[in-house]
Design a protein around this ligand. Structure first.
Ligand SMILES: [Ca+2]
Ligand SMILES: [Ca+2]
Length: 486
């Protein structure tokens, strides 16, 4: 479980604005509460529960509806119009579609399940648990609508062809909803039905109060809800430090309402001060600064001194890292656009094409060559420390213009274009591409757009998100070199 506050990753619990806003971990859930009784519960099983006070009657919009006590007008679009189609309703409220990693699992007839399959998934070893007489959730059925959760469970199981994880998520969703409503449920997990694994020094309990017995809870226990939730409870003598169960003397510090484990540090927003949690809850602060080639920034949840230039790398084991630090594996045989300036008209435009080819029968990875194109010049370089310009092999070093050069430095061939681009390819086939900070956000290719965000690094040329790195590389294959996918 991870939370970000103003974009920065934090450990739970977090208390902000003099206690007006609190986020705690309770069992396997994260709970956000405000002093005006807004509560959001979220857990790894994908359950989100939003509770709002009565003052919001008729004053809200979104997927949860308008809260006007009328069920018939809840599929309202952002435009104010009503729809009867669930897909249209959900799609219309989608936020950040370009950053979303979601895929459509179900395209049509999503809420149908043929009766044969429904009867199988409805058995008491599966979704039937929810409505089972004298079952673990018996006490809850009149408080949280069991039939609704049972039906949802059947539909989800049908869509997922009976995957056990989907069953467990459905049962956990009901269990959590019951517990959030203050109902005491009986243990429902068994070694064969949705076993729950816990970290070292902790064990599963159906009713835990993890929030109070956490290291940070010592000082913030009044932030916890009164309910208990299922989840992992630290063994006797241990406390939860937001990440693992530790003995009490290993508990960290609470600094500016934020919990820090022993040995961890936080940087001030200008990176000029670094505060570290030492033993005994003592926070030690000292001056800090970024070097000339670095700048202070918050990236992917972490505040740090970051290099101004962008670096994309490919190592001898086919591991690639994009400018924004997404890691992935390159296929052993392929030709793809590694990095290019998206705007073809710029003077600084370039395009780098990578050719990988397996040279032996074991199928090991080999980077054959990099083809580099600039306005008016094309260059090929290989790990054999050889270079071709406009298709002609040239002796090295080669100075092609005021800014463009190919040189040998130690065991590497280095292609440089002013301050914009530096391509370093060494004898063993390791590749580093450095680009200037000015190109941030204007890059195309597998190395990503260099906008300092990892979340959109799987973007294909058509602007859609790939499902994985392999698909990303396929989408950027260099179609001027070959037609079919290799
Ligand atoms: Ca309504
Ligand atoms: Ca990016």
């Amino acid at each position: 479980m991870e939370i970000q506050i103003n974009g920065e990753i934090n450990v739970l619990p977090a208390v902000m604005e003099n206690g007006k806003l609190k986020i705690t971990q309770e069992g396997s859930n994260m709970i956000l509460q405000t002093d005006y009784n807004l509560m959001v519960l979220y857990n790894a099983a994908g359950l989100v529960q939003v509770t709002i006070p009565g003052g919001y009657q008729n004053a809200v919009c979104g997927l949860c509806g308008d809260f006007n006590d009328e069920i018939d007008d809840d599929f309202r679009l952002p435009s104010g119009e009503l729809t009867s189609k669930l897909e249209e309703f959900v799609e219309a409220w989608r936020e950040y579609p370009e950053e979303s990693n979601c895929v459509h699992i179900c395209e049509e007839n999503c809420d149908e399940c043929d009766p044969m399959r429904a009867s199988i998934f409805g058995r008491e070893e599966a979704c039937g648990q929810i409505i089972l007489e004298n079952g673990p959730f018996e006490a809850c059925k009149d408080i949280v609508n069991a039939t609704e959760y049972f039906t949802d469970c059947l539909i989800d199981m049908c869509d997922a062809d009976g995957q056990s994880q989907v069953l467990c998520d459905s049962l956990q969703a009901y269990a959590t909803a019951c517990q959030a409503a203050g109902v005491k449920i009986k243990p429902w997990r068994t070694p064969t039905l949705c076993p729950f694994s816990c970290q070292q020094n902790s064990h599963y309990e159906v009713c835990t109060h993890t929030c109070e017995v956490s290291c940070a809870g010592i000082t913030t226990s009044e932030s916890c809800t009164i309910n208990c939730f299922e989840g992992c409870e630290c063994d006797e003598g241990y406390m939860f430090d937001g990440d693992k169960c530790v003995t009490m003397d290993q508990c960290g510090c609470v600094y500016n309402g934020r919990y820090m484990g022993v040995g961890t540090s936080v940087l001030s927003s200008d990176c000029l001060q670094s505060c570290t949690c030492a033993n005994g809850g003592v926070v030690v602060c000292s001056a800090n600064s970024c070097s000339d080639t670095q700048y202070c920034d918050l990236q992917n949840g972490e505040r740090a001194c970051y290099e101004k230039k962008g670096s994309c790398t490919l190592d001898v084991r086919a591991n690639m890292m994009t400018f924004d630090k997404l890691h992935g594996q390159v296929p052993f045989t392929s030709i793809f656009d590694l990095a290019s300036v998206c705007d073809l008209s710029l003077d600084t435009w370039f395009r780098l094409v990578a050719i990988t080819q397996s040279c032996n029968t074991e199928g090991s990875f080999d980077l054959s060559s990099i083809h580099a194109y600039f306005q008016g010049v094309s260059i090929a370089i290989t790990p054999g420390l050889e270079a071709w310009v406009h298709g002609k092999k040239v002796p090295l070093p080669a100075h092609l213009s005021d800014s463009l050069s190919v040189t040998i430095e130690e065991e590497s061939i280095v292609l440089k274009n002013g301050d914009t681009l530096e391509v370093i390819l060494n004898k063993s086939g390791e590749l580093t591409i450095n680009v200037s900070p000015e190109l941030s956000g204007s890059m195309c290719g597998v190395c990503g757009n260099f906008n300092r965000k990892i979340s959109d690094d799987l973007l294909r040329p058509d602007g859609k998100q790939s499902h994985n790195f392999h698909e990303l590389i396929q989408s950027w294959r260099s179609s001027d070199f070959y037609k079919c996918s290799l």
